[in-house]
Ligand binder design. Sequence first.
Ligand SMILES: Nc1ncnc2c1ncn2[C@@H]1O[C@H](COP(=O)(O)OP(=O)(O)OP(=O)(O)O)[C@@H](O)[C@H]1O
Ligand SMILES: [Mg+2]
Length: 463
Amino acid sequence: MYLMPKIFSDKGYIDGITVIDTEGEILFTAKLNKKLNEVRDNDKEVVGRKLFDIYKNLNHENSTMFKAMELGSPLYVENQTLEFGSGQETEITSLSIPIKSKDRIVGCIDLSVSEGVSEECVEVIKLDSKIFEEIDIEKLSKSKTSAKYCIEHIIGVDSTMLEAKKYIKVAAQCDLAVMIYGETGTGKELFAQAIHNASKRKDRPFIAQNCAAIPEGLMEGMLFGTVKGSFTGAVDSPGLLEMAEGGTIFFDEINSMPLTLQAKLLRVIQDREYRAVGGSEMKKLDVKIISAINKKPSKALADGNIRSDLYYRLSQLNIEIPPLKDRKEDIPLFINYYVAKYNGIFGKNIKYISRKFYEKTIEHDWPGNVREIENTVVQAMSSMDSSREILELEDIEKRISGDNDPVNISIIDKSLREIIEEYEKGIIQNIMEMCDYNISKAAKVMQIPRQTLQRKAKNFEII
Ligand SMILES: Nc1ncnc2c1ncn2[C@@H]1O[C@H](COP(=O)(O)OP(=O)(O)OP(=O)(O)O)[C@@H](O)[C@H]1O
Ligand SMILES: [Mg+2]
């Protein structure tokens, strides 16, 4: 159970509510505090806009709402500065809670209390279900439309990972369908995005759709589109295949797609054309198809979760991403990467990890793979004093035995530029240490030119 952080129970009220979808589009906002109204735009103008367009100093890395969605758990952050387009700033304490629908994170709700606002200007509101009626849940379930990751973002020195990374280029150079197999959190979506971004389709849409997230009845219309009047309530709506035209469609958890729809999809792939539900016009299929499966393909086939004819069509090229327990040498890389990242973001100063900590991370099987490592590092570092320099076993022991305490992250009072520089410095420092200050080796791990690393390391006074 998640306990309400003390500030909320002490004050007994909140000043604002914001709901976003996974793309950062604001779906609902309520400012319950007149003072906040003065510094922020009008509610109506905010809904439909992107969070980062409203708050100039927020980005994917420091937004607690994005972090909560990424981690799949609530995040409580004190004294976060928000900078509006007008240049005005306010300091808030907020609790960001991811919203799940059918086991998939579809958005985030943020409850905030602003600092230094007198209590008289707070309007008391009842948090009744009406607020939630205004949230467009369908919009929340919509698919992703762009890919942010490239090959350079993929960490891994294990030989199978190096091979898999090389294969991304092969998969990107042609239009053959790609099937990615890997356990949860191994980076299937990351690979799919990297293939798209390495292909000639990179400037066209990347549409990701989790096949387990949509009710069976809606899926066909969602995939192929619908034509107004074809059934009660039907409207003219483009399907995902049309939205992805010229780009890539990523079918995540393809083994959860209903078998009847699998048969229809197979026909469309074979004919390279399709019709919207209730429509007569034939549309050309011009998308690269990448699918992911989180169960061994032989098992999914034997269990009848995926039609074999469709499976062979979708797996013209195959990429298997091994679980972390089978590529232990990548574990320290991820630990270093995430420690450096959160040093920068949260203003911590971890420079070393203890031997016991290191041994435990190697010994642990990480069933949640890379996502579990990131989660563990965030939870360990978030509640830590910023004077601490060593990450100890005790900091993660509770985490990796499965306990899930509420988080308490203190964001520091630094400019974005300083945070980014610190973050970069942290990464370079850690990787240089790991590589015994051998610049060529470290540059290879970071996949940047040797000269670039040398210049950066000098500037940061690492060498
Ligand atoms: N090799 C990697 N290098 C860098 N980051 C990684 C790597 N593998 C995974 N990650 C990170 O781990 C997280 C989980 O990755 P991703 O969502 O791609 O996994 P997934 O296989 O699609 O998981 P699921 O089956 O649960 O959907 C993401 O934050 C991703 O950026
Ligand atoms: Mg995924």
